[in-house]
Write a protein that binds this ligand. Structure first.
Ligand code: FES
Ligand SMILES: [Fe+2]
Length: 417
């Protein structure tokens, strides 16, 4: 059984906490670039730190201390300039590396003062990949940003979906290495929603192992052979906060100890004979977790996950758990975090920090489901396929896809022909 102290060690993400220090050693996504198309500044909270993200007129992204280094005004109320973010209180101008490059009154009356060169805003680097904005909040020099193979795919339709989740990040991430929940929280629950009392195929065999860039789970369900890709290849739980499911990624980013950001990147291949699709901009949309009456939305896959995570409490009390055989992956993951927190404390890079630029350039990942990627079948065949046909009417994973995004998806998939 886990002690309260161990639970705190695994879940607390502040800058002086062991897990906070470990997670700060990795690049992670925190927004979609298209979120800045209409409003150039946005307040964000990451790993317990209040920050402001922005895109200036030159196209530089910045992630700065939310409060101005002058007298602490809220920089999310500021405005962007050609280069940098200007505080709207007295006009100080900060660059994306945190340098203060203008202090208007002082510059006028005492232009030779060296003072502004000694003041800096807290600043973290930001890079855009495949429409996602990644940051790194750890000690310098920053490691390489891994470019996962799918980010180089072309000819399909991408979208980014985000949800604010009111619970600690670890219970979200533990879910990624918990295959049995798929049978219950998704399949059987969806059957109940559809009015059926049927049960889906039960899990008969599970395996978990360490792998390149994370952990892999393998599973067999009733009626499946060991030739099934979910057994031969398995799914990759991407270290330390992600999950790769073949045609989408999910990340569970700590906002603070009691809140998380669920951010997902989806890729849809057009049906055979359609495309390639030339996407101009990767849309980002917010998926609600509750309906207008305040009830949990449980109709979509990720919403079903979120209900499970939030139901465990703001920070799951692991001292009261009774772990079972289905939890071997969860135990493996917790042990890995514990080992890597220790490595960081001993002054080493933790696992899968990449410092070789050539390696980071394009990293292939195990891709379960390639054979049912949409491009293997015509649109007519999609309509008959048990999984693909669902994509023709709604976003399968996240509730609330905006109409403009659905319309672009339909265009990309050739549905309007
Ligand atoms: S508080 Fe920002 S310029 Fe004064
Ligand atoms: Fe799930």
């Amino acid at each position: 059984m886990m002690s309260a102290e161990e639970n705190r060690r695994l879940t607390e993400v502040g800058p002086d906490k062991p897990m906070g220090k470990l997670l700060r050693r990795y690049w992670f996504p925190f927004a979609g670039a298209s979120e800045f198309d209409e409003k150039a500044t946005k307040p964000v909270r990451l790993l317990g730190e209040d920050l402001v993200a922005y895109r200036d007129l030159d196209g530089n992204y910045g992630l700065l201390d939310r409060h101005c280094p002058h007298r602490r005004a809220d920089l999310s109320n500021g405005f962007v300039e050609q280069c940098g973010l200007r505080c709207s209180y007295h006009g100080w101008l900060m660059r994306h590396d945190g340098a203060v490059i203008a202090t208007p009154y002082d510059d006028t009356v005492n232009p030779d003062s060296p003072r502004k060169h000694t003041v800096k805003s807290r600043a973290y680097p930001v890079r855009e990949v495949a429409g996602l904005l990644f940051t790194y909040m750890g000690p310098l020099p920053a490691p390489e940003l891994p470019i996962w193979g799918p980010f180089k795919w072309t000819g399909g339709f991408c979208e980014i979906v985000r949800s604010d989740v009111p619970c600690n990040w670890l219970q979200c991430q533990e879910n990624t290495i918990d295959p049995v929940h798929f049978e219950w929280a998704h399949d059987n629950w969806s059957q109940r929603l559809a009015g059926s009392r049927e049960y889906s195929g039960t899990h008969t065999k599970l395996a978990f192992e360490e792998a390149d860039y994370g952990h892999v789970y393998r599973r067999i369900r009733e009626g499946q052979e060991e030739s099934n890709e979910l057994w031969t290849m398995g799914r990759l739980v991407l270290w330390p906060m992600g999950f790769f499911l073949g045609e989408h990624f999910e990340w569970h980013i700590p906002v603070d100890d009691e809140n998380s950001l669920n951010i997902s990147w989806f890729y849809s291949r057009p049906p055979k004979g359609v495309g390639p699709y030339e996407q101009q901009r990767v849309p980002t949309w917010e998926s609600p977790i509750k309906d207008e009456k305040g009830a949990w939305i449980t109709s979509h896959v990720i919403n079903q996950d979120i209900v499970a995570w939030v139901g465990q409490g703001r920070i799951a009390d692991r001292t009261k758990e009774n772990l079972a055989l289905s939890d071997r992956g969860v135990v493996m993951l917790r042990r890995a975090y514990t080992e890597e927190m220790k490595r960081v404390e001993e002054g080493h890079d933790p696992r899968w920090v990449i410092r070789d630029p050539a390696l980071a350039e394009c990293i292939p990942l195990p891709y379960v489901g390639r054979t049912i990627g949409g491009d293997q079948m015509t649109l007519e065949q999609w309509k008959e396929h048990p999984y693909l046909k669902l994509r023709l009417s709604d976003h399968r994973h996240c509730a609330g896809q905006p109409r403009r995004v659905r319309e672009e998806f339909a265009l990309a998939m050739g549905m309007d022909r």
